[in-house]
Design a protein around this ligand. Sequence first.
Ligand SMILES: [Zn+2]
Length: 342
Amino acid sequence: MTSKAEARGELLAALRLSRGLTQVELASAVGISQATLSKVESGEARLDLETWRNVAEELLVPLSAFRAVQSSAAPARIFHRKQRTTPKSAVNKVAAEMSLVRLRVRDLLGDQTTTLRRHDLEGGFNTPQEIARDVRDELGLGRGPLGDLVAILEGAGVLVLRWPLDTIQVDAIASWQDDSVPVILIGEHVPADRQRFTMAHELGHAVMHDGEAGKEQEAEADAFAAEFLAPGSEIAKEWPADDSLDALLLLKRRWGISLSALIRRGKDTGRLTEQEYRQWSIQLSTTGMHRREPNPTERENPTALITAIRNFLDEGASVEELASSAHMYPREFQLTFLEETS
Ligand SMILES: [Zn+2]
């Protein structure tokens, strides 16, 4: 259990990081010592109201943001590929934004539930492929092609948002805090063709992993994603006898995976030999198709959160009230949650 002071401190720290400020920077801006700020963030010290007012002003949130903190903004444990070139501060900022999103949505909509459950890879009793089939079963998806994957995940209680992630050079990140629902942020820069695989990869992390992902976990999440989107048994059955590009493009369309992911499936299921797979890869890259695939997949957009907010508004709530429950000024609330990205 987090105390009220701890929860408030966690919110403060998350807000500070999401604004890209160090403790020293914020402390000096509001005229307190870094040591005091550090204690406030861990819930061990208090501030007077005047200082809270200054803090709120520096962090661009209403003072009321700190009044009614109901849930913890404990730092998100995120799964992401380590990029050597990405500064730690940028990763911390995104982790802070993620924990803020979780807290804001929770204080806005109340406790959310998910129908997903965690799966154990430990000991090798289950492969990522088996877990992918189990998750399909749990969600009642059978073995066929999946429709709108974002809608499927939202239906299972996953919070999905499009988010600017190009700064940390990752396509998406996921986090599943113990007492909460999984959150997936998809980079706004991710092309539609890659988005479904990326989402399935993050889903794999969420259900199989705990904490930061290394090389092995990345391979597991990829294996999960491939089997989840396009089960090997089905792809093997449907693989075109003539191996023509046109037939593969139809298959790509039907299963909603990229051509590069599809030929990889062809290899994994033994429908393409190692050499045929290599020839396809070369063809895709020499024709530029690996970057701009023909027959592109349509973009899938999150709608659950915006719909819930619109329903509140229809029922007579004001943007100001909703923004306040989310610890935000109305303008930022609107920009973050109500403006559709295309
Ligand atoms: Zn990953």
